[in-house]
Ligand binder design. Structure first.
Ligand SMILES: [Zn+2]
Length: 255
């Protein structure tokens, strides 16, 4: 399976999964970039994966399904009317020769799911707006406790898992990361790598679970440096990793 990034809006990525002439897309907020990709590469769209209900992830579904009989796999949310297959925690399904498992990851929204896939020895995760490269989604609907639990579920995937997030937010995320984890040498190296990518207009995704665990402050709340930064930012003594995470997320919101 090959995976391609289709830029949409200003900083979204629609991920296109391709095997032979068959294609699935993840979170098509717009139809036009998908139609262009299908036409250019002469591919047949077979289905859509949806991670959560936000319009920049779902806005293109109705146009894509208008003249096609597609499977639309998505969360248990009746507001996404085109869904044909509801994806719940623990569900498994097959597409393009790979096996996928649904993970419930509430926090950014309450309906948010992620799709973890295995194709041969390759592991991938489509995590929408939950885990970003160097950051995590804002808490629009869920609690910090829910998001902390969801991020840890994703972080528990194998280190080599390729992380396909839905936005190109990496540069800003790493600026915040450097402010709260200033002595992290791997983070400094990543900042240089990302700057080089962006200077050439290259996507900074996919990332990997190993890289996120080493450099993403929202997965590092158990580390003394992050505990220190979170206590300074919140002005409180923080008694758990979850409280450190909540303080870091609140600090990022006003950073
Ligand atoms: Zn969202």
């Amino acid at each position: 399976m090959n995976i391609y990034s289709l830029p949409a809006f200003t900083d979204n990525y629609i991920w296109a999964l391709v095997e032979g002439t068959q294609c699935w897309v993840v979170d098509p907020g717009q139809a036009a970039p998908v139609e262009r990709f299908l036409a250019t590469h002469q591919l047949q769209l077979e289905g859509v994966l949806i991670t959560h209900h936000h319009g920049d992830h779902t806005g293109g579904i109705s146009e894509l399904t208008k003249h096609r009989n597609l499977r639309v796999i998505g969360p248990d949310n009746p507001s996404i009317t085109e869904i044909t297959d509801t994806a719940r925690e623990g569900d498994s399904f097959h597409l393009l020769g790979a096996t996928f498992h649904t993970m419930a990851v509430p926090g950014h929204t309450l309906d948010h799911v992620a799709y973890q896939g295995e194709a041969g020895s390759r592991h991938v995760v489509f995590c929408g707006d939950t885990l970003f490269a160097g950051g995590c989604g804002r808490l629009f609907e869920g609690t910090p406790a829910q998001m902390w639990h969801s991020l840890n579920k994703i972080a528990d995937l194998p280190d080599r898992t390729e992380v396909y997030a839905a936005h190109e937010y990496t540069t800003a995320n790493l600026t915040f990361a450097a402010a709260v984890d200033p002595e992290n040498a791997q983070l400094q190296a990543r900042i240089a790598d990302v700057a080089a990518c962006r200077a050439h207009g290259i996507a900074t995704l996919p990332s990997s679970i190993a890289l996120e665990k080493a450099t993403n402050p929202f997965l590092r709340a158990a580390k003394p440096a992050l505990q220190h930064a979170a206590a300074l930012a919140s002005g409180e003594r923080l008694s758990s990793d979850e409280a450190v995470f909540a303080a870091l997320r609140a600090y990022k919101d006003r950073f």
